[in-house]
Write a protein that binds this ligand. Structure first.
Ligand code: FPP
Length: 255
């Protein structure tokens, strides 16, 4: 049994879902089978996040670099995403999940983009949890896109370079209202950030597990949360100034 203190649930969890291909290879299956099983894992982690009170869940579903994969794999991934969104719309509506996307969405094939935008619109008034899919997403590209928008403001004479602060950059990210992740999980054991949320993870706690994404289930996820719970977050300060943890707080909830 894992004990979770509701006060120490990370507000925002971001996940690099890696290892679908290896999962399939280990079983002598086609890579797409790994992605299909990966979509089932997405469902379980979305449900669990919502249940335990995570307010923001951000999943790295397709990177800018993933366009370099074989055309057939890209096509299958886009179809899988379409199917997932169709299948899960009711679940999102029933459970107060608001869907949104970050990335260069305009590059997605029309069919996938339409379903995505439709699901975003239909779930727009939900307010229990925000599920953000990073699609055609790159952290460097996000910063470049933000800088271009700031450049335009300067060209128009609305601001000068002296006005640029961290807040200015944050305001022009794909989702300016998204809080920075508290916990970043990466599956399949690689120690890399892979161009994910580069600006936003400055103080994020990182958890890396060797488990391949299709095998990442509720139990593994709660273990990651439990590991996070034990950490001391100081944000560059000292423990005394840390508002995040109250070490005397007793565990309140059994999951
Ligand atoms: C990485 O595994 C995974 C991806 C590039 C895509 C993630 C997609 C899913 C989890 C399934 C569909 C998503 C949603 C939101 C329904 P990899 O192929 O790089 O694995 P490997 O490193 O073992 O080859």
């Amino acid at each position: 049994m894992i004990l979770i203190d509701p006060k120490r649930i990370p507000r925002h969890v971001a996940i690099i879902m890696d290892g679908n291909g290896r999962w399939a290879k280990k079983r002598g299956l086609n890579r797409i089978k790994g992605h299909q099983k990966g979509a089932d894992a997405v469902k379980e982690i979305v449900q669990t996040s919502n249940e335990i009170g995570v307010s923001w869940l951000t999943l790295y579903a397709f990177s800018e670099e993933n366009w370099k994969r074989p055309k057939t794999e890209v096509k299958l991934l886009m179809n899988l995403l379409k199917k997932y969104l169709k299948r899960e719309l009711k679940e999102m509506l029933d459970n107060g999940i608001r869907l949104q996307a970050i990335g260069r969405i305009e590059k997605l094939p029309a069919g996938t983009r339409e379903i995505l935008l439709d699901s975003i619109e239909k779930t727009a008034s939900n307010n229990k949890m925000v599920l953000t899919l990073a699609l055609s997403y790159g952290g460097k590209q996000e910063i470049v896109d933000a800088v271009k928008k700031i450049g335009k403001q300067i060209e128009k004479g609305e601001i000068t370079s002296n006005d640029i602060s961290e807040k200015t950059i944050t305001r022009y990210l794909y989702d300016a209202g998204m809080p920075e992740p508290d916990l970043l999980i990466r599956t399949s054991g690689e120690y890399r950030i892979s161009n994910f949320l580069l600006w936003q993870i400055a103080y994020t706690e990182i958890y890396i597990t060797p488990i391949l994404w299709p095998d990442f289930n509720r139990k593994e996820y709660l273990q990651a949360i439990e590991d996070y719970r034990k950490r001391e977050r100081r944000f560059g300060g000292t423990l005394e100034t840390d508002q995040y943890f109250d070490p005397g707080e007793r565990m309140k909830k059994c999951i």
